[in-house]
Design a protein around this ligand. Structure first.
Ligand SMILES: Nc1ncnc2c1ncn2[C@@H]1O[C@H](COP(=O)(O)OP(=O)(O)OP(=O)(O)O)[C@@H](O)[C@H]1O
Ligand SMILES: [Mg+2]
Length: 468
């Protein structure tokens, strides 16, 4: 039961209880119906017995009345005789109807009917003889014995019918008693079962509530732990930001000095340099520039991830910015023997955004295109669309495998290709570009064919991001 939720447990208990109540009610209802039917059949037996007894009494009335009249000649003796004659047919019909479902009783009734008719005719002849011929004639008929024989035969048949009916009584009564016992025991058993299920459900629900309370307690405890951990994380994050800001300041200042002073030395402003010195200083300057770019990238991504980087939303001349970036990249492309072409429309609609960040994005995309191409050309094109300017940087370089496309924009990810490994970089460029583009309300997509070249599309909105 542990795998059931508290809600389910309550529903199951309710359903089980309901099913049990329905089952117990159905059993009790069927038992009561059967009990009533059996009681009715017992009642019916008693009714038939009473009707048969009454019919015998009516016949006996006829017998007694005719004898009394025959002996005394007193007309008053004939009153029960008249009454009996008046009801005899009705009594017979009642018995016939009550025993209609018993073929045996119906066959006995068919035997009884002519005997009764003969008995009534015999009694009528006694009455007539007494009235018309006197006592001797009437007694003569009585002593003839026909009336007694018929009466005995009637009694015999009725007693047989009574016996037939009485024989049905014990099994009917036993069945009725059994049904009563069954009804009672099924109701008691059902009630007991319902109580047991109720107790079981109560225990399960109480346990469920206890577990729920325990779970709640644990949840509260772990919530408190989480809160503490999140506070610690926030504090650590603040420390990290502060550390990065300080470190970047501390690192950038001397780096800028190194770059600046090596520049002065390289220009010969502090005196002439021999070729070896010139070479060594050049390497110092390149390394310092590289380190500065790296520090700037790390600082950018940290700020973006901390939600602290803000972008401007000011109007600027996009066309001029693109030409400037291309000019910066051209010497590098030429050094590799690549053609860097611009496909810009004569005019581009004015753009509201952060010019420095747009240039940073295009510079990185162009830098990648030059870095990862060994021959052919790099093309920077722009196309004005409804709400965006669509900037495309297309190259004929090494391309990207479909499997590597999903890691392209993750920070510190450089695709592990034999060729790409030879290129310097930290793998931060595209991650920063995508986040910067999103901050300006735009996006960057990449399409590439392995071994043939890549196209990076930068969609820049005219109006910048609403929250920028
Ligand atoms: N035009 C391209 N052609 C082929 N591969 C590319 C291209 N642009 C990016 N990539 C792949 O995506 C990886 C990530 O690019 P990203 O600009 O983020 O890093 P990076 O150029 O290696 O280093 P960083 O830009 O930080 O100096 C690259 O290392 C390279 O493998
Ligand atoms: Mg790059």
């Amino acid at each position: 039961m542990r795998w059931l939720s508290l809600e389910r447990k309550i529903s199951v208990a309710f359903l089980l209880g309901l099913l049990l109540v329905i089952a117990v009610s159905a059993i009790a209802w069927i038992s009561i119906q059967r009990l009533r039917a059996d009681a009715r059949s017992v009642q019916h037996t008693h009714l038939v017995l009473t009707q048969l007894g009454t019919m015998l009494a009516t016949i006996t009335d006829i017998e007694t009345a005719t004898r009394g009249y025959a002996i005394t000649g007193d007309r008053n003796y004939l009153n029960p005789y008249d009454d009996a004659l008046a009801v005899l047919d009705t009594r017979f019909a009642q018995v016939r109807e009550s025993t209609a479902d018993s073929p045996r009783q119906q066959s006995l009734l068919r035997t009884l009917e002519p005997v009764m008719a003969a008995r009534v005719a015999n009694a009528a002849s006694v009455v007539r003889a007494r009235r018309d011929q006197g006592r001797d004639a009437a007694e003569g008929i009585i002593q003839g014995g026909e009336g007694k024989r018929l009466h005995d035969r009637i009694r015999e048949l009725i007693v047989q019918m009574m016996k037939e009916e009485s024989d049905l009584l014990p099994p009917r009564e036993a069945k009725a008693r059994m049904m009563a016992r069954f009804a009672l025991s099924s109701i008691v058993a059902g009630a007991l079962l319902a109580v047991l299920v109720g107790i079981g459900a109560l225990i399960a629900v109480r346990r469920g509530f206890a577990r729920l309370r325990l779970g709640e307690l644990r949840l509260r405890r772990s919530n408190r732990g989480l809160q503490r951990a999140s506070q610690r994380a926030e504090q650590a994050d603040r420390l990290k930001s502060a550390f990065l800001a300080t470190m970047s300041h501390e690192l950038r200042t001397p780096l800028n000095s190194i770059i600046g002073f090596t520049g002065i030395l390289l220009q010969g402003l502090a005196g002439p340099l021999n070729p070896e010195q010139d070479k060594q200083l050049g390497m110092v300057q390149t390394s310092a520039r590289h380190l500065l770019a790296l520090i700037n990238d790390v600082l950018d991504i940290s700020k973006i991830e901390a939600g602290e980087l803000r972008v401007d939303c000011l109007p600027f001349d996009l066309r001029a910015a693109l030409i400037r970036v291309a000019d910066i990249m051209r010497p590098l492309a030429q050094a590799k023997g690549l053609a860097l072409r611009l496909e810009l429309p004569p005019e581009l609609p004015p753009v509201h955004g952060d010019q420095r960040r747009v240039e940073q994005i295009v510079l990185n995309l162009l830098g990648n295109a030059v870095k990862f191409s060994e021959r052919g050309e790099v093309v920077l094109s722009a196309e004005a669309q409804a709400a965006f300017v669509c900037l495309r940087i297309r190259d004929t370089g090494i391309g990207i495998k479909p499997d590597d496309m999903h890691t392209l924009f993750l920070p510190f990810r450089q695709i592990d290709t034999g060729l790409a490994r030879h290129h310097e970089g930290t793998g931060l460029g595209l991650a920063i570009c995508r986040r910067l583009a999103a901050l300006m309300g735009g996006e960057i997509r990449a399409d590439s064919t392995w071994g043939k070249g890549s196209t990076f599309t930068f969609m820049l909105p005219y109006q910048g991001a609403p929250n920028a």
